[in-house]
Design a protein around this ligand. Structure first.
Ligand code: SF4
Ligand code: SF4
Length: 184
C-alpha cells in the first residue's frame, strides 16, 4: 500500500472524536496488557494502533479485532500518552460499519438494541432491551437467563414495563446534535 493510502487511513481515524493523539503512541503495549478481552482479538489494541498507522485498513477491519471491546476503559486509564485506545477502537467500528464490513460478533446488535432503548425511553429498559437482543441473536440463549430474570422480577429490580424520563424532547435534541457530529 502506498504512502497516500497510509496517510488517508491514519488521517481518517485521527479525525474521529478523541482519536487525535493516535500518532503519539509509543507502542509500549500497556493497553494490550491491560485489555480485559485481548485474548480473543486477532490483533490486540497496541497492534490495532500500529496497523492504523501502517495503513492496513482492510486487514484490520476484516479481522475480529475491535469487535470484542467491552468499554472497560482500562487501556484509556493506563495509557502513558493519553491516547484513548477505546475511542480509537469504537471509531474503527463505526468506519467498518459504514463501509459494509460484517461484524463477526453480536456486538453491534447489542449496541443497537441498547441505544434504541435509550432513545425510546431516555434510560435503559432492561427487560425490553435483553428481549430484543436475544430475539435477534439467539432466542434459546434467553432461556439460560430466565432464572436471573425471574429473580430480578421477584425482587422488583427489573420492571416489566419501561419507565420513561421526563423531558424526552430535550433528550431528542441532544441525540440529534450528537448524531450530527455535535458531540466532538
Ligand atoms: S498504552 Fe498508549 S502508548 Fe502504549 S501502546 Fe497503548 S496506546 Fe500506545
Ligand atoms: S476499553 Fe476495550 S480496548 Fe480498552 S481495555 Fe477495555 S476491552 Fe480492551
Amino acid at each position: 500500500m502506498g504512502d497516500n493510502a497510509q496517510t488517508t487511513f491514519l488521517d481518517e481515524v485521527a479525525a474521529l472524536p478523541a482519536c487525535g493523539k493516535i500518532s503519539e503512541c509509543i507502542q509500549c503495549g500497556v493497553c494490550s496488557g491491560s485489555c480485559t478481552t485481548a485474548t480473543h482479538w486477532e490483533y490486540p489494541p497496541r497492534k490495532v494502533i500500529a496497523m492504523v498507522r501502517s495503513g492496513l485498513k482492510d486487514e484490520l477491519l476484516k479481522s475480529n479485532s475491535i469487535w470484542f471491546c467491552v468499554s472497560c476503559y482500562l487501556c484509556t486509564a493506563r495509557c502513558p500518552r493519553d491516547i484513548k485506545p477505546a475511542s480509537i477502537v469504537h471509531g474503527l467500528e463505526s468506519i467498518a460499519l459504514k463501509e459494509g464490513y460484517k461484524p463477526p460478533t453480536k456486538t453491534t446488535t447489542m449496541y443497537k438494541t441498547f441505544s434504541e432503548s435509550i432513545v425510546n425511553n431516555g434510560r435503559i429498559y432492561e427487560f425490553g432491551f435483553m428481549f430484543k437482543y436475544y430475539l435477534q441473536t439467539n432466542p434459546l440463549a434467553a432461556l439460560k437467563m430466565l432464572p436471573t430474570a425471574l429473580n430480578l422480577l421477584a425482587h422488583k429490580r427489573m420492571p416489566l414495563t419501561p419507565k420513561k424520563v421526563k423531558g424526552k424532547a430535550d433528550l431528542r435534541i441532544i441525540i440529534n446534535k450528537l448524531s450530527a457530529g455535535g458531540g466532538k
